[in-house]
Write a protein that binds this ligand. Structure first.
Ligand SMILES: C[S@@+](CC[C@H](N)C(=O)[O-])C[C@H]1O[C@@H](n2cnc3c(N)ncnc32)[C@H](O)[C@@H]1O
Length: 188
């Protein structure tokens, strides 16, 4: 897919490209289908397109998905992860810079993020790869300030302790990558 001018601006720092390289490094070699949860305007899948046979973006905002200009092998589902009621499973599920947004508009942010996280695990065949800002990095903290103190949209950033609590019993790892945490949950 080609990037429109909105996406070219979003892609300016090439962060999505670096994140895509990390995902390619992590994903199982036999993964053929990809679900990008909170995939926004599709910049990340732009860099993953040739690595998967089937790509689906789950994204509640059609204002965002309208920027996906020529989606040849890309399916779009306009829904939140909490409302996603399909039986479908995907080999690899990615969620970049979106997990904390699952809380937006809800009273109990932790519960919504937990619900979304468990739902992603339920729908994955091979792995779920979550990339979230580290709020103890400068860039990560700026995101928290902007979303929760300036825009007041009520994002919820899980602590490492909370990930450990929610993911108890799963095969998972948490590592640092630039200004992000990468949380990998392996199903096999
Ligand atoms: C910061 S944007 C990141 C978009 C994209 N992953 C990227 O990096 O370009 C966060 C996205 O999460 C989406 N989002 C918010 N709540 C969501 C939910 N409950 N389920 C799925 N996506 C959600 C928003 O609509 C938004 O597009």
């Amino acid at each position: 897919m080609k990037l429109d001018s909105f996406n070219k601006v979003l892609d300016f720092a090439k962060t999505h490209k670096k994140v895509a390289s990390k995902i390619i490094e992590i994903k199982s070699v036999n993964s053929k289908s990809l679900l990008d949860v909170g995939g926004g305007s599709g910049v990340l899948v732009h860099y993953l397109e040739d690595k998967f046979e089937d790509i689906t973006i789950l994204e509640p905002s059609d204002e965002m998905t309208n920027h996906i200009t020529n989606p040849t092998n890309i399916s779009i589902i306009n829904s939140t992860i909490q409302d996603f009621s399909s039986e479908l499973k995907y080999d690899t599920i990615v969620c970049f810079d979106s997990l904390h947004h699952f809380a937006n508009g809800y009273e109990n942010g932790f519960e919504e993020v937990k619900k979304g996280l468990l739902k992603m695990i339920e729908h994955a065949n091979n792995e779920v790869i979550i990339i979230e800002p580290r709020i103890n990095s400068f860039k990560g903290f700026s995101i928290k300030v902007q979303e929760n103190w300036i825009l007041r949209i009520g994002s919820y950033f899980m602590s490492i302790k909370e990930y450990e609590q929610v993911l108890e019993g799963y095969n998972y790892s948490i590592e640092k990558f630039r200004e992000f945490y990468v949380i990998i949950i392996k199903k096999k």
